[in-house]
Design a protein around this ligand. Structure first.
Ligand SMILES: [Zn+2]
Length: 356
């Protein structure tokens, strides 16, 4: 059957692509009016062949929705498994995927189910559902629940509700804390849905990151009473470890001895508190704020100071990383740091009192 060849090709292609499938996860299927062909349990998408798909009788699968299964979870799941095994086509001996019932629910002939990190970034996020509804109005969202019959039955209700509301069959289904299902009448249709989703998510994530960074720059400028801020992005800055003491006195003079560290997802309230505590502990506002794993924000009262802080901090990052070629980083001692900090304060007071 040419459709099974197409299913094989689609399965192998997504199965071999780490953006979609890791460690043998994910599954695919094709259905006619009477038969469902689904990936077997224990087979891998990357290498599956047309003849490997497990055949099930769709009428028998459909009849499972009319059965009253036990209220007891373990008992119910074993009854469901027994019925699913009994729903296999005549002569079929292999074990179908545990997600077989879900595959059968979709009207689309081809179904692709995968767990891509780009999609799970959304299905495993606080705002995931809201954003999914906005970006993919033609999708169905299902809240996390234990896998098995109950999950399949919730998906069935949601898909039916979607159909009742829109008059259309859903071709996308997000499972919170799990992954995504794509359904279509051809593998080309599925490819179209997949690339459209990946593009939309890429675009959205990029814009969201940009907005978060802009917010951080604006908030920090306001909270530290400085006029200028800049986000420094990049591998070396992102992997800089601020827990070590400064390398030289100059770095302390221009960037100060201590940096504030925050996560990029920090809220304005939390950031306000962190800046206040930093100010109390250090008696100055931070000039460098490390955004954990992403980069840093540098701050200055004017453009000139901003440029100096940025250049001196980037110099520190270079020194820090390149010192590993010489046996590892060796910062100034606590004692020396304290001396420089106090000497800085003293010379500042002297300047003030002499009126310069
Ligand atoms: Zn799955």
């Amino acid at each position: 059957m040419k459709e099974l060849k197409q299913l094989e090709e689609m399965s192998n292609r997504y199965g071999a692509d780490a953006r979609y499938v890791l460690a043998g996860g994910g599954n695919t299927s094709y259905k006619t009016d009477t038969t469902l062909y689904v990936k077997g349990s224990g087979t891998s998408l990357a290498t599956i062949k047309a003849e490997d798909f497990v055949r099930l009788d769709r009428e028998k699968l459909g009849a499972m929705w009319k059965v009253n299964y036990s209220e007891n979870e373990a008992e119910r799941e074993s009854q469901v498994l027994a019925d699913m095994m009994a729903a296999r086509a005549t002569g079929e001996t292999r074990r179908p995927s545990v997600e077989t019932l879900l595959h059968d629910l979709f009207r689309g002939k081809f179904v692709l189910h995968v767990h891509p990190s780009a999609v799970n970034a959304m299905t495993c996020a606080k705002m995931g559902k809201t954003i999914a509804e906005k970006l993919f109005p033609e999708s169905v969202w299902v809240d996390a629940c234990r896998p098995g019959y109950i999950l399949a039955s919730i998906c069935r209700d949601k898909l039916n509700a979607y159909k009742a509301k829109t008059g259309k069959d859903a071709c996308l289904l997000f499972l919170q804390n799990h992954g995504v299902f794509f359904a279509g009448d051809s593998t080309e249709e599925i490819d179209g849905l997949v690339s459209e989703m990946m593009n939309k998510l890429d675009e959205y994530a990029l814009a969201a990151r940009k907005a978060a960074r802009e917010n951080l720059c604006v908030w920090l400028k306001e909270l530290t009473e400085t006029g200028y801020s800049e986000f420094l992005d990049g591998g070396d800055v992102a992997s800089f470890d601020p827990d070590f003491n400064s390398p030289t006195p100059d770095h302390i003079v221009y960037c100060k001895a201590n940096y504030l560290t925050v996560d990029s997802s920090v809220t304005k309230d939390r950031l306000t508190k962190k800046v206040q505590i930093f100010k109390i502990e250090n008696e100055y506002y931070p000039r460098v704020v490390i955004i954990r794993g992403e980069g840093a924000v540098v701050l200055g009262a004017d453009e000139k100071q901003l440029t100096t802080v940025r250049d001196v901090f980037l110099d520190q990052v270079k020194v820090f990383h390149a010192s590993h070629n010489y046996g590892g980083y060796f910062g100034m001692s606590d004692d020396l740091v304290d001396f420089i900090v106090n000497w800085e304060v003293e010379s500042y007071r002297a300047k003030i009192s002499s009126g310069k």
